[in-house]
Ligand binder design. Structure first.
Ligand code: FMN
Length: 322
């Protein structure tokens, strides 16, 4: 970090309740705004290619659009070329992001075959070079997100110590290996191990989808805060339920509020993506918002052909009226 420390994000990283995790195709500006309205204290963009930025790819640039109200969002970068990662970090530093996160956990072959994501986490020498270059080039705090290991090697503690020595400001740990993908249970004991071996904040991640799982994780792990990804799909309300539970209150969203929020989410998407693209991209979100809702199968069929904002709103209102 070269310039003055970004105090607000630094203090959030030290102690917070819940952050929205990076999700490709999901955690865009509209979804981040909705989650922030419900109390997510920190958010991440989906992973963005450093090479894409280097080559001025328009789609990559678009993933980095930021609402002026966002003050605690981090841009997640993937890549394994130290020079290109540093250039990308320098560019992102000036865009209004609170921090830059380095993706060291993506297990997808499309990413790992280039030495990025999980593959970079398995090559300590290269990892150190990349992380030092990013930290040096970035004017804002740099964080990293890791898994437990890959190919039978559990190197999460070594990597955490390495990342700390390179100057990262916090480490998010998704407590699964590369091979586990999203299966099995996240091992929160391993998150506790990381939290006890480094002195920078550790963000715990994996399987938090209820107030109960939040408390179980938070109590035993010693992490500075938790990261929620899939648990927020169609359920940004979880952030509020968690915050209310911290004040000793029970809060559950009503069906009406859920559908109003779905509509607002859609309008935010129209603002950022334009009507036609928003109609398509919102379909998966509506499926999540209406999971376990009676009539949702027919609504899901109708939404597949909704091509205008008016038609999309009609589907949402139709579900609400039932
Ligand atoms: C649809 C989807 C997209 C994801 N994209 C990313 C990504 O871009 N970068 C990243 O580090 N992790 C990504 N992840 C992993 C999540 O951030 C998180 O680590 C994982 O889902 C475990 O947390 P959870 O149990 O709260 O979902 C993605 C997960 C999902 C389900």
């Amino acid at each position: 970090m070269r310039e003055t420390e970004n105090n607000s994000i630094t203090s959030i990283l030290q102690s917070f309740d819940a952050a929205l995790g990076p999700m490709a195709g999901v955690s865009d500006m509209a979804f981040r705004r909705i989650c922030s309205e419900y109390g997510a204290e920190m958010m991440y963009t989906e992973m963005v290619s450093a090479k894409g930025l280097y080559y001025n790819n328009a789609n990559t640039e678009r993933l980095l659009e930021l609402n002026e109200l966002e003050f605690s969002t981090g841009a997640q970068l993937f890549g394994s070329d130290a020079e290109i990662m540093a250039l990308a970090a320098e560019r992102i530093s000036g865009k209004g992001y609170a921090f830059i996160d380095i993706n060291l956990g993506c297990p997808t072959p499309k990413i790992t075959k280039n030495g990025d994501g999980c593959a970079l986490a398995m090559d300590a020498a290269k990892l150190e070079k990349v992380v030092r270059a990013v930290v040096k080039a970035s004017a804002i705090p740099v964080t990293a997100k890791i898994r437990l290991g890959a190919g039978g090697v559990l190197n999460y503690k070594e990597n955490a110590l390495l990342l700390e020595s390179c100057g990262v400001s916090a480490i998010a740990v998704h407590a699964r290996t590369k091979e586990q993908l999203y299966s099995g249970e996240a091992d929160w004991d391993k998150i506790a191990e990381v939290a006890s071996c480094v002195s920078i904040p550790v963000i715990g991640n994996g399987d938090i989808n209820s107030v109960e799982s939040y408390w179980k994780a938070k109590r035993h792990s010693g992490c500075s805060g938790v990261m929620i990804a899939r648990g927020a799909l169609g359920n940004p309300f979880l952030f509020k339920s968690i915050r209310e539970s911290i004040s000793g209150r029970v809060w559950e969203v009503s069906f009406e509020e859920k559908m109003q929020t779905a509509k607002r989410h859609f309008f935010y998407m129209c603002d950022s993506l334009g009507e036609a693209e928003a109609c398509k991209a919102f379909r998966k979100h509506l499926a999540y918002y209406t999971k376990n809702v009676p009539f949702s199968a027919s609504a899901r069929r109708l939404i597949q052909s909704a091509a205008t904002a008016k038609e999309t709103v009609q589907v949402i209102d139709g579900i609400t009226a039932h």
